[in-house]
Design a protein around this ligand. Structure first.
Ligand code: ZN
Length: 232
């Protein structure tokens, strides 16, 4: 099992990255405010954070079709309120949100709404973001990019910090629960250019990570870029 420990300098919470990558130096703007209509890249293995005002819509595009994008929404006014998959599942009575469904926060109020989805609708809400411990457990002995660190670094890059890494909405991740309750780890079933649109129901920070998982085949073992844009 993992032998990683927190550096002595870190606060005793889950908010500090365990390593770094280009995410930290590549925000879309100083505070994450987007240019409306501009198409931004979440580079393979990296993360980005974008600030949305209530009512704005983010389109997240699976440009290669084969890429998983871990996604979080944080209340801009209070980062301890965030999209919560366990609360969302109870709110919508579904394992996976579909167009029209709310993404609710850990205060059980909508923080976003999934407006549209051109993909077959296969996403995951059960599996934790990959993190350094996950890769350590898989035998990786050096630093490995992870969705957890990408979330932390993407927030850090716009001057923010959350105290934990919530369960993400794992867009396009194909990890079905089988009839015998086992979980399979499969490639996506989405097509190149498939997208989802999410409307902000609160002023919020949306964080995305182009999952760097290259050991189990959820990204075809070949992490690639995804893209996003924001509309009024
Ligand atoms: Zn990941």
């Amino acid at each position: 099992m993992s032998t990683h420990t927190y550096p002595a300098c870190c606060e005793k919470d889950n908010g500090s990255a365990l390593g770094t990558n280009a995410t930290l130096s590549s925000p879309i703007s100083v505070d994450g405010t987007p240019v409306i209509g501009e198409v931004y890249t979440v580079p393979a293995r990296c993360g980005r954070a974008v600030k949305l005002s209530k009512g704005q819509v983010i389109r997240i595009t699976n440009t290669p079709g084969s890429q998983v994008c871990d996604t979080w929404l944080f209340n801009s006014a209070d980062l301890s309120e965030f999209s919560s998959m366990e609360h969302t599942r109870a709110f919508i009575n579904k394992i996976t949100p579909q167009p029209g469904d709310a993404l609710v926060s850990n205060q059980r109020r909508p923080i976003g709404t999934l407006l549209s989805d051109t993909s077959p609708g296969v996403h995951d809400t059960l599996i934790a973001a990959c993190d350094l411990y996950r890769y350590s457990n898989m035998g990786i002995t050096e630093y490995h990019d992870s969705c957890a660190d990408n979330m932390r670094l993407a927030l850090n890059a716009i001057g923010l910090r959350a105290k934990e890494v919530p369960q993400p909405l794992n867009l396009w991740m194909n990890t079905p629960v089988n009839p015998d309750y086992t979980i399979s780890w499969l490639p996506t079933v989405s097509q190149a250019g498939d997208y989802v649109e999410i409307r902000a129901e609160l002023d919020c920070i949306v964080v995305m990570s182009a999952c760097p998982q290259d050991i189990v085949p959820i990204n075809g073992c070949n992490p690639q870029d995804v893209h996003f844009s924001v509309a009024e």
